[in-house]
Design a protein around this ligand. Structure first.
Ligand code: A2P
Length: 274
């Protein structure tokens, strides 16, 4: 059955969740319902995905008990700053139709705006008010992490970053471990680009599994939290059927070699225009 990763605030998060970036709102309803029916208990959305209402509808359609689910959303860059972030969280909850989320993240540090520390103070307040159970960040580099920790004394429970076999983020993961921060992988399948990789295909054939299952298992075996995205019911089921096998040392060594200096697919948080 599914594993949970402990968070430093005393809570825990299911290690595999459903990602819904680029999932249209109406599709999100059926994807979220299918995922919960397949056993997922963790859904990761964001205000900028414009599908929070669909996610909430899918959650209700599943009939699952709210307390059994772990729902994450994120404050978008345009809503950084203390007051704007509080307002954005309230709006997200309303769209989701929930009275709290389990995890609220600052989506990007957006360092040029200079507001992520104020946004972080808002997340601390939202947690005190019970609107968000745990607070974390996304796409932060070590210097951004140390800035919010230094200025508020509060360490995020999670940093959600681009992470997959071609972009393994070894240095940042070490920084997280030193600070008690859990690492969450976005685009864990490399947005699908890794599924035809010959090395991954070899490991998959050896275990009688699919490439997607091998990659998700790689995240699990590395202690990461992965949120593979799919809108396809059969893939949603397949991506959660990963608890009955494990990679051995040889497999892990093979996949370690896929790490590449140019492996990043998404924006670089240090240079992104946002
Ligand atoms: P789709 O949503 O059309 O099913 P990532 O999570 O790294 O961003 O990857 C998401 C991409 O990988 C999507 O294009 C998704 O397609 C595809 N995908 C997800 N799971 C599988 C799977 N088990 N087999 C093949 N493709 C998959």
């Amino acid at each position: 059955s599914q594993l949970r990763i402990p968070l430093h605030d005393g809570k825990s998060i299911p290690q595999v969740g459903l990602g819904v970036w680029q999932t249209p709102p109406d599709v999100a309803v059926s994807a979220v319902k299918a995922a919960i029916e397949a056993g997922y208990r963790h859904i990761d959305t964001a205000a900028i995905y414009e599908n929070e209402a669909g996610v909430g509808e899918g959650v209700r359609a599943s009939g699952a008990a709210r307390d059994d689910l772990f729902i994450t959303t994120k404050v978008w860059n345009a809503d950084q700053g203390f007051d704007a972030t509080v307002k954005a969280a309230t709006a997200s909850l309303k769209r989701l139709g929930l009275d709290h989320v389990d995890l609220y993240l600052i989506h990007w540090p957006a360092p040029n705006k200079g507001l992520f520390v104020e946004s972080w103070r808002a997340l601390i307040r939202l947690q005190e008010e019970g609107k968000v159970r745990s607070i974390g960040v996304s796409n932060f580099e070590t210097e951004h992490l140390d800035r919010i920790i230094g200025e508020t004394g509060v360490t995020p429970v999670i940093n959600q970053i681009e992470l997959h076999p071609r972009f393994q983020q070894t240095a940042l993961r070490r920084a997280h471990a030193a600070r008690g921060i859990a690492t969450q992988s976005w685009s864990p399948l490399g947005q699908g680009t890794l599924l035809a990789n010959p090395a991954i295909e070899r490991v998959a054939a050896k275990h009688g599994r699919t490439p997607a299952q091998v990659i998700i298992r790689w995240h699990i075996d590395n202690g990461l939290i992965a949120i593979p995205k799919s809108v396809t019911a059969s893939r949603i089921v397949q991506n959660f059927d990963v608890f009955g096998f494990a990679l051995d040392a040889e497999d892990l060594a093979t996949i370690a070699l896929l790490d590449a200096a140019d492996g990043r697919i998404g924006p670089n948080p240090m240079t992104a225009g946002f």
